[in-house]
Ligand binder design. Structure first.
Ligand SMILES: C[S@@+](CC[C@H](N)C(=O)[O-])C[C@H]1O[C@@H](n2cnc3c(N)ncnc32)[C@H](O)[C@@H]1O
Length: 540
C-alpha cells in the first residue's frame, strides 16, 4: 500500500484513520495495538523488513534500504541455516564448536572421541547432542571411523572439510526447503574448481560423500556446496576465542561487500542468531553492506584477499581512492623525498591506479616511481616481521614502529596494526595495567587511541566495534590521567570533574555501541557505575 500520497494514513486492518506505525518496517499504519497484533499474526511478520533484495549484472543480488535506517538499528536477526567446522582446522567439537584439548588416555595424550564414529568431541554430552546425531548415525551405519589422533598442539586437520557439506547434503531429505535456499546462493564454483585447494577437495570430499557414505549426489553438487560455504559463510567466534566455526545465514548472504561498510553483526544466544546492526544512518535506497575482509588492510591486500576468497574485484569508493579517504593506509613514504634534508615532511608513494594491482606507484611530490611488485614484496616482508613479534609485551611493537619510521608513516596499515596491539597491551596486560603505567606510557596510550579513532572515523565510522573498543580504552586511560593530575594538584577539583565528564561522554558512546555484544553488557555497566561513583566522590 502506498502511504506517500495519502494525507491521513489509514489502518492496515480496518482502514480507519491511524497514527501508529509498525515498529519494524515503519511502512504500515495501525489504529490500535490490537490491530497491529492481528496484522502481525495474519502475515505481516513475514514481510516486515527494512530492506529489499535487488539484482544487478555487475554485483549480483544485494540488499537495499526501503526506508531510512537509524544508526544502531537492528536490520535483521537470523538463525543459521547450516554450520560446520572450517575447511582445515585444529580439532574442534562437532556439537559445541569448542577447540579441543587432549587428555591422558592409556598413558598417551589423545582427544575424547565419539564412541560411535570416533570424531574428537568434548565429552559424552556433546557426543549425544542434537547437532551430531544425524551425521553420526550415517557414519556409524556405513562403518566410517574418523582417524584423527593427537600428535602435537594445533595440528591442522584437513578431514574437517567434509562436515559442513555433508550436513547441507543431508538436508535434502530432512529439510528440503532449507536445502533449496542454501543451494540458491552464489557459489563461484567455476572460479574455484581449478584451484589447488579444490583439486585436493575434489579427491577428499567426493570420495567421502559418494564412496564412504554412499549419498546419491553428483560431483558438481557436492563441490557446489563446499563452494557455497566458501562464498557465503560467516566466521563465528565466541568472544573468548574458545569456540569457532562457520555458518551460513541465507538472508545475510545477500549482503554485498564494501570496504567502508555501513553495518556490523553480532552473534546472539546459544544458536548464534546473527543480528545485523546499522553502524551509520542508512538512507532509503542506499545499499546495505558488510565487509568480507580486514578493514585495516591496505587496498592491495584487501583486493587480493577478496579476489582469492570471494572471487570478485572490489571497485568501491575506498578502493578507487589512492589515499583511502585520506588515511594513506596502504601507502609508504617516498625514500627520495624523505632522504632529502630540504623536504623532511612526509611525501607518500601512491598507486597510479589502485584498481590495477600491476600499476606503478609514484611519489605524490617528486614523481619518483616504483613497480607494484616492489610494493608487494616490501609489504609482505614487513608483514611477516610484524606477525613474528612477541605479542606478550610492547617492546617488539615499539621497536618495529621506530625501526621503520622513515619508510612507514604514522597511519600506514602495518604501523596501525602495531598501534592496535599497543593500545591493548598498555592498560590491560600483566605489568602494564593502567595503574602500573608510568605517565609517559599512559600518554602514549592516549595518543595512540586518538590516532586510531581518527582512522576509525574515516574507515569504520559510527557504531563499529572498532570505534567502540577504542572509545572504551581511551576513556579508561583519560580517567586514570585525571586521577593522577588531581592527586598532584595539577588540576583543580572543578577541572577534574570537567575531564571526568569528558570520559563519561566517551564511555556512554562506547556503551551504546557495544551493549549488544553479549559478553560486554555487565562489563559496561560496571564501568559506568565506577565512573559515576568517581564523579560523585567528594574526595575528588
Ligand atoms: C555473500 S555473496 C553476496 C550476494 C551475491 N551478490 C549474490 O548474488 O548471491 C558474495 C558474492 O557477491 C558478489 N559481491 C559482493 N560484494 C560485491 C562487490 N562489492 N562488488 C562485486 N561483487 C560483489 C561476489 O560475487 C561475492 O562472491
Amino acid at each position: 500500500m502506498d502511504h506517500t500520497k495519502r494525507e491521513i494514513p489509514v489502518c492496515e486492518v480496518c482502514q480507519k484513520p491511524a497514527n501508529q506505525t509498525c515498529g519494524g518496517c515503519k511502512l504500515v499504519y495501525y489504529c490500535s495495538k490490537a490491530h497491529q497484533k492481528h496484522a502481525w499474526k495474519e502475515g505481516h511478520k513475514y514481510i516486515c523488513r527494512t530492506y529489499k533484495i535487488e539484482h544487478s549484472d555487475q554485483i549480483g543480488r544485494h540488499m537495499v534500504a526501503i526506508r531510512d535506517i537509524k544508526q544502531g538499528e537492528i536490520i535483521l536477526q537470523e538463525k543459521p541455516a547450516a554450520s560446520g567446522p572450517r575447511m582445515s582446522c585444529a580439532p574442534h567439537c562437532l556439537s559445541c564448536n569448542k577447540k579441543l584439548e587432549p587428555i591422558v588416555i592409556e598413558d598417551k595424550l589423545d582427544f575424547y572421541k565419539c564412541s560411535s564414529c570416533k570424531w574428537p568431541m568434548c565429552n559424552i554430552d556433546c557426543e549425544k547432542a542434537e547437532p551430531h546425531q544425524e551425521e553420526c548415525r550415517l557414519m556409524t551405519k556405513t562403518n566410517y571411523k574418523c582417524n584423527i589422533k593427537y600428535e602435537y598442539p594445533d595440528k591442522m586437520e584437513a578431514a574437517y572439510c567434509v562436515i559442513g557439506p555433508m550436513r547441507v547434503l543431508l538436508m535434502q531429505k530432512s529439510n528440503p526447503r532449507q536445502f533449496q535456499s542454501i543451494m540458491s546462493l552464489e557459489s563461484h564454483l567455476e572460479d574455484r574448481i581449478n584451484t589447488s585447494l579444490y583439486k585436493v577437495l575434489k579427491a577428499n570430499l567426493i570420495t567421502f560423500i559418494s564412496r564412504v557414505l554412499g549419498l546419491p549426489f553428483d560431483e558438481e553438487t557436492i563441490l557446489k556446496v563446499a563452494s557455497i560455504f566458501d562464498t557465503n559463510s560467516f566466521d563465528v567466534r565466541s568472544p573468548d576465542g574458545s569456540k569457532r566455526h562457520r555458518a551460513i545465514y541465507v538472508m545475510a548472504s545477500m549482503l554485498n561487500h564494501n570496504c567502508k561498510p555501513n553495518t556490523r553483526h553480532v552473534y546472539l544466544g546459544d544458536v548464534n542468531t546473527l543480528a545485523l546492526i546499522a553502524t551509520v544512518p542508512i538512507s532509503k535506497g542506499e545499499m546495505i553492506t558488510a565487509t568480507y575482509t580486514q578493514s585495516l588492510y591496505g587496498t592491495l591486500d584487501r583486493r587480493k584477499h577478496l579476489k582469492i576468497n570471494k572471487c570478485f574485484d572490489c571497485n568501491c569508493e575506498r578502493c578507487k581512492d589512492p589515499t583511502e579517504f585520506g588515511t594513506h593506509l596502504g601507502n609508504i613514504n617516498c625514500s627520495i623525498c624523505n632522504g632529502s634534508s630540504k623536504n623532511n615532511t612526509e611525501a607518500k608513494m601512491i598507486s597510479t591506479n589502485p584498481l590495477d594491482e600491476n600499476a606503478p606507484w609514484q611519489c605524490e611530490r617528486c614523481g619518483y616511481c616504483i613497480q607494484s611488485r616492489q610494493m608487494f614484496w616490501g609489504n609482505n616482508a614487513l608483514k611477516q616481521e610484524l606477525n613474528a613479534l612477541n605479542k606478550s609485551g610492547p617492546k617488539g611493537f615499539e621497536e618495529f614502529i621506530d625501526k621503520y619510521t622513515a619508510t612507514l608513516h604514522s597511519t600506514n596499515h602495518l604501523v596501525i596494526q602495531a598501534k592496535l596491539a599497543l593500545m591493548q597491551i598498555y592498560g590491560n596486560y600483566k605489568g602494564y595495567t593502567l595503574s602500573d603505567l608510568p605517565d609517559y606510557l599512559l600518554n602514549r596510550k592516549i595518543d595512540i587511541c586518538h590516532e586510531l579513532l581518527d582512522v576509525a572515523d574515516k574507515l569504520k565510522p559510527g557504531w563499529s566495534r572498532f570505534r567502540g573498543t577504542i572509545l572504551l580504552e581511551l576513556q579508561a586511560a583519560m580517567t586514570m590521567q585525571t586521577k593522577r593530575e588531581f592527586e598532584v594538584d595539577k588540576i583543580t577539583k572543578a577541572g577534574a570533574q570537567d575531564q571526568l565528564m569528558e570520559s563519561m561522554t566517551l564511555l556512554q558512546e562506547a556503551t551504546n555501541i557495544l551493549r549488544i555484544e553479549p559478553h560486554m553488557k555487565e562489563i559496561l555497566e560496571t564501568k559506568l557505575q565506577e565512573l559515576s561513583t568517581l564523579l560523585d566522590s567528594t574526595s575528588l
